[in-house]
Design a protein around this ligand. Structure first.
Ligand SMILES: Cc1cc2nc3c(=O)[nH]c(=O)nc-3n(C[C@H](O)[C@H](O)[C@H](O)COP(=O)(O)OP(=O)(O)OC[C@H]3O[C@@H](n4cnc5c(N)ncnc54)[C@H](O)[C@@H]3O)c2cc1C
Length: 234
């Protein structure tokens, strides 16, 4: 038995998405007593059109004998009775060496460590580090997906089993790679080709990244170079 298990080291994780689940799986792996609290009540909505599976995540999944698909298998790798949905962390206080978390303004849980995995705009981080704020780096992204069944065969062969980066010579680049289709389906023919082009907003001469003019401004910058790098149909 290792130190965390012997000491009954208890961890509370706020947020049950990719960050919270990765931390939860890894901490359980070293013997910690982990509970995840996720404010969402029903099934988790997917926001990414192609969450990139990095080597670290693949290693974590393999170490814990989970298959390689991230979100659903991460969730399946973490025990149900320790994953609490509809439980928003609403308050935090420290008492000696312990942290007391309030859930939905009512129930309190005590642990040795609180891990804030409540997303990029973390309210918990803001509470402890109020000056840390997102800093817009000046990029605009243009993204879409194409059903594999609609992908021409020569492009299918080019992108299959590859993660492609292409210089757009517009101060940015474009990525394209296959992702699971509807219902996390990875069978050939059911996947989607995910693409995302990024360029520096200044190149677009736009006042704000949310401008409705973004699409018409950004589209000409990519095909000019990118399309020349694609294999042709003949
Ligand atoms: C619109 C959009 C599109 C994206 N597209 C891509 C993509 O195509 N490819 C890619 O690789 N990445 C993409 N990302 C980035 C990717 O979604 C994030 O990197 C990833 O989700 C970060 O995981 P996380 O666990 O840190 O945070 P999140 O996924 O944001 O999860 C935070 C979780 O904490 C929960 N929570 C928040 N507050 C509380 C609280 N007080 N108590 C309890 N729970 C709480 C939230 O409900 C949420 O489930 C996209 C992000 C967005 C917003």
């Amino acid at each position: 038995m290792n130190w965390h298990a012997e000491a009954h080291f208890a961890v509370t994780i706020a947020g049950g998405s990719i960050g919270g689940l990765c931390a939860g799986v890894a901490l359980r792996g070293i013997g910690a007593d982990v509970h995840i609290y996720e404010r969402v009540t029903g099934p988790m909505e997917t926001r990414g059109a192609g969450i990139v599976v990095q080597g670290d995540l693949v290693n974590l999944l393999r170490q814990h004998h989970a298959p390689d698909l991230p979100m659903t298998t991460l969730r399946a790798t973490f025990p149900d009775d320790r994953y609490h949905m509809g439980a928003a962390v609403s308050d935090v206080e420290q008492q000696g060496g312990q942290v007391i978390v309030t859930l939905n303004g009512e129930r309190k849980v005590t642990s040795d460590l609180l891990l804030a995995a409540d997303g990029a705009n973390s309210a918990l981080r803001h509470r402890f580090v109020p000056d840390a704020a997102p800093n817009y780096a000046g990029y605009v992204a243009w993204r879409g997906t194409l059903d594999e069944s609609d992908t021409p065969p020569h492009l299918l062969a080019f992108f299959d089993d590859a993660f492609t980066f292409s210089e757009a010579r517009s101060g940015g680049h474009i990525l394209a790679y296959f992702i699971p289709g509807e219902g996390a389906d990875v069978r050939p023919g059911r996947r989607q080709l995910n693409w995302c082009g990024m360029c520096v907003r200044m190149r677009l001469n736009l006042r704000a990244p949310s401008s409705t003019k973004t699409e018409s401004a950004i589209t000409p910058l990519f095909p000019r170079v990118w399309c020349h790098q694609m294999p042709s149909a003949n």
